[in-house]
Write a protein that binds this ligand. Structure first.
Ligand SMILES: [Zn+2]
Length: 302
């Protein structure tokens, strides 16, 4: 059985995959608190315990990890992580788990796992851009079945493309980054401030009831979001843009709003084949993608 973990800032999801007749089946999945704010070392000790407990019922043959941060997809090292997980940068997860459990381990960035999961579940083959909207904005690019990784395995930090000169301060140390305007957190902050609504589900309900204040805020946010995506489309010329994160629960409503505005902003040659997809596979998508990364890392064992 392959044990797969998706480490998030708040919760860690896990899935147990059974290999039967050349395919993998997810037979159990759940989540537990990450304890990320207590630091990388305590968080990993917590994960070790989870593996030990799951090993009581399942025969462990491999581990795959999807994690926040810039991850070296072959060595399994955390190249860089923000202070959301103190002390995480520089830790080598692959080495740590392999020396503890003596099974093959694979580690990959969580947004890359998101796109790997979407790509394999939807059986895609072309050029696809993935975005995850949350506290920040994550990005991943797949071109002809291969992830774009970059020279230091850090490609896809699209949350930090410039949207506004001398704009809002950002966690990266600069100002005016895309994610300060178009992340889910940015929308939530504006909705709280201007409408005193602290739940985005209620906000979207207001939008669907044609509340003019809600629609105006949504329009501004979609405008910021599509400004950033527009630049990326003109660089990458993808055939699909897949958007994930908890906000994807808004499904077709969000999809239509993004697609309408985006197609007004891009050159017609880029719009012809373009499809915007809001992913609704939230809970298991990163797990599926991390499994794909494990299978690609150990082709002779799958
Ligand atoms: Zn930034």
């Amino acid at each position: 059985m392959i044990f797969v973990f998706d480490i998030g800032g708040t919760m860690t999801k896990y899935g147990i995959y059974e290999n039967s007749e050349m395919c993998y089946e997810l037979i159990e999945h759940n989540e537990f608190p990450s304890m990320a704010n207590q630091g990388g070392r305590i968080m990993i000790d917590h994960l070790f315990k989870a593996v030990e407990e799951l090993s009581i019922n399942y025969n462990l043959t491999g581990i795959s990890i999807s994690s926040a941060g810039q991850i070296h997809p072959f060595s399994g090292e955390v190249i860089f992580a923000t202070d959301n997980i103190p002390g995480y940068s520089g830790m080598n997860l692959k080495k740590m788990f392999e020396s503890r459990f003596a099974v093959p381990v694979a580690v990959e960035n969580d947004v890359n796992c998101f796109l790997l999961g979407e790509y394999s579940t939807r059986n895609l083959s072309g050029d696809v851009l993935g975005l995850t909207l949350g506290t920040g904005i994550g990005g991943a690019v797949m071109t002809r079945g291969e992830l774009l990784r970059g020279s230091t395995f850090s490609a896809g930090e699209i949350g930090h493309i410039q949207l506004v000169r001398e704009g809002l301060p950002c966690t990266c140390g600069y100002n005016g980054c895309f994610e300060q305007y178009a992340s889910t957190k940015a929308l939530k902050t504006r909705v709280e401030l201007e409408m005193s609504i602290d739940d985005l589900k209620i906000f979207f309900q207001r939008c669907k009831e044609n509340d003019s204040a809600a629609l105006s805020l949504l329009d501004q946010w979609i405008d910021d979001l599509t400004d950033g995506i527009k630049s990326l489309i003109h660089v990458l010329n993808p055939e699909k843009v897949i958007i994930g994160g908890a906000i994807a629960a808004q499904g077709a409503y969000l999809e239509a709003a993004i697609e309408k505005k985006l197609k007004q902003k891009i050159m017609s040659s880029f719009a012809k084949e373009l499809q915007i997809i809001v992913s609704e596979n939230g809970n298991t998508n990163n797990l599926n993608g991390a499994l794909v990364h494990w299978i690609q890392s150990y082709p002779n064992m799958s």
